[in-house]
Write a protein that binds this ligand. Sequence first.
Ligand code: 16G
Length: 240
Amino acid sequence: MLDKQSAIPIYVQIEDFLKEQIAQGVYPVKSLIPSERELTDMFGVSRMTVRQSLTNLVKDGLLYREKGRGTFVAEEKMEQPLNGLTSFTEDMKERGLVPGTKLISFSKIHPEPQIAARLGISPDELVYKVVRIRYADDTPMAIERSYLPVELFPTLTEEALQGSLYAFIEKQEKLVIGQATQRMEAALAKTEDAGYLQIALPAAVVLIERVSALMDGRIFEVVRSTYRADRYKFISEIGR
Ligand code: 16G
């Protein structure tokens, strides 16, 4: 299985072997892979070498460890297109998954200056601050902290926010959503967010800020979302 004469380091060869086995379905998603000791015996290499391979595969998101239980095959990441102005609910339904929402808080506040500037309003105006955890088939995928001008949605309720915000805007309010600007960056999850997302620290996350406008140009939301980096990859079509 291993070529000790090869210029490819042994730990990389072990990684490739395990990747191949996973791809072939020898170790299905969420299944336990052999222990460090078993792999050490299987390959006839040192435990250090095996550990290095496993650590790399964990870092790449192909495997995950559970304390006291072992190392498991991770689920494939969700591919999230960056081209369309879709809602979380639509994205999940499109994939045949059941979208879920847990409303953490819903309040009326005066926005901090940066949020007010993004919304194009004065900090004296009121905005809803909404914090929601979004689920796919009961797995927490993202946290959304949304800021919405109260003036635009005087009738917004907690109940509407348990479902789709975009459906409320389009179907109930009969407003037309136009376009948005998104900014993405990488970060480490904060302790509070790791709890919401049920991930072990340290954990990588992707932060996305979306500023969306109605067709008539009025900005209706600033959303700061925290996505699990172990569950998401983002794709965009680009041309030239
Ligand atoms: C997406 C949007 C968010 C929007 C939400 C509405 C990003 C980065 N964020 O999660 O801005 O408020 O969908 O979803 O894509 P809903 O209609 O299911 O409530």
